[in-house]
Design a protein around this ligand. Structure first.
Ligand code: CP
Ligand code: NVA
Length: 316
């Protein structure tokens, strides 16, 4: 591939690139389910840098890279010089001379950008305070799968046009990424957050104000929605605000009443980890409309497609 690409935010790719990635993810998932060996990344190495905790992101990237024939190096702040103030630019220069691709989970998006600017190899955002693009990649693939739009005849993104995603809760990294996805793929996000925790469309770089609508009442945000989704009240890095958030978010719990005003076949999603009784009731997350386990599994399939794309370009 001539031009090196990074995946730092959802906006980094165009709609037709998403259509391609979902098609590849479908093929890659089918091979995995059939126990078919598919190792296009033999001899490639992924460095994973975690400055925050993770279960899904680590397992999905690590297992995915091994399945594709490659290997993985796992670094955390605590066991590398990153925790001892080595400049991020120097870390990028060094790490990217020895591996083929890098995934980073960190705090500010700016740190990720600085790493990418000094990296010789593609860099993937594994979550920052601002964005979580790999998760929305998995969520959209899951939505399309459940709507029968991922099949042997290909992937049809047009089903997303005009759909409503209800976001209930914190205006956080997930919410910002949903806004970016809505603008690119033509759906609408109905956002309801407690006051003081609003989304910031400027931060998300949203140009089309028509891609989202703000609701004071979370029930109204869910009315007619095709997908209802939420996230933890307190994201990683904001733990000091935990008590204040528990009070502020008390009414932003996705429950059966909210699901009842959404479309009858609305799906429920949560990036996980979840706190039953806080942002979602057990009845909803463990209920028939919830697709959270598919979402988690699909992280691996879409990220395998993403790594393949960043390293090998388009196949075929
Ligand atoms: N959803 C998600 O990114 O989960 P982890 O924090 O476990 O990686
Ligand atoms: N918004 C959450 C997502 C966790 C996967 C956080 O940043 O902690």
């Amino acid at each position: 591939m001539s031009l090196m690409k990074h995946y730092l935010q959802f906006k980094d790719f165009r709609a037709e690139e998403y259509a391609y990635l979902f098609e590849r993810a479908r093929l890659i998932k089918t091979r995995f389910k059939n126990y078919e060996r598919y190792q296009p990344l033999a001899d490639r190495t992924l460095a994973m840098i975690f400055e925050k905790a993770s279960t899904r992101t680590r397992v999905s990237f690590e297992a995915g890279m091994y399945q594709m024939g490659g290997s993985v190096v796992h670094l955390t702040t605590g066991d590398s010089q990153l925790g001892r103030a080595e400049p991020i630019e120097d870390s990028a220069r060094v790490i990217s001379r020895m591996v083929d691709i890098v995934m980073i989970r960190t705090f500010g998006q700016d740190k990720l950008r600085r790493f990418a600017a000094h990296s010789r190899v593609p860099v993937i955002n594994g979550l920052t305070n601002e964005f979580h693009p790999c998760q929305i990649l998995a969520d959209l693939f899951t939505y399309l799968e459940h709507r029968g739009q991922i099949g042997p005849d290909g992937v049809d993104l047009s089903v997303l046009k005009g759909k409503v995603v209800a976001w209930v809760g914190d205006g956080n990294n997930m919410a910002n990424t949903w806004l970016q996805a809505a603008e690119i793929l033509g759906f609408k996000v109905h956002v309801s957050t407690p006051s003081g925790y609003e989304v910031d469309p400027k931060l998300a770089g949203i140009e089309d104000a028509g891609c989202y609508r703000v609701f004071a009442d979370p029930l109204e945000a869910c009315r007619g929605a095709h997908l209802v989704t939420t996230d933890v009240w307190t994201s990683m890095g904001y733990e000091a605000e935990n008590e204040a958030r528990r009070t502020a978010f008390a009414d932003w719990c996705v429950d059966a009443e909210m699901m009842a005003v959404a479309q009858p076949d609305a799906l429920f999603m949560h990036c996980l980890p979840a706190h039953r009784g806080e942002e979602v009731t057990a009845e909803v997350i463990d209920g028939p409309q919830s697709v959270v386990w598919d979402e988690a599994e699909n992280r691996m399939h879409v990220q395998k497609a993403l790594m393949e794309y960043l390293l090998l370009g388009r196949i075929g």
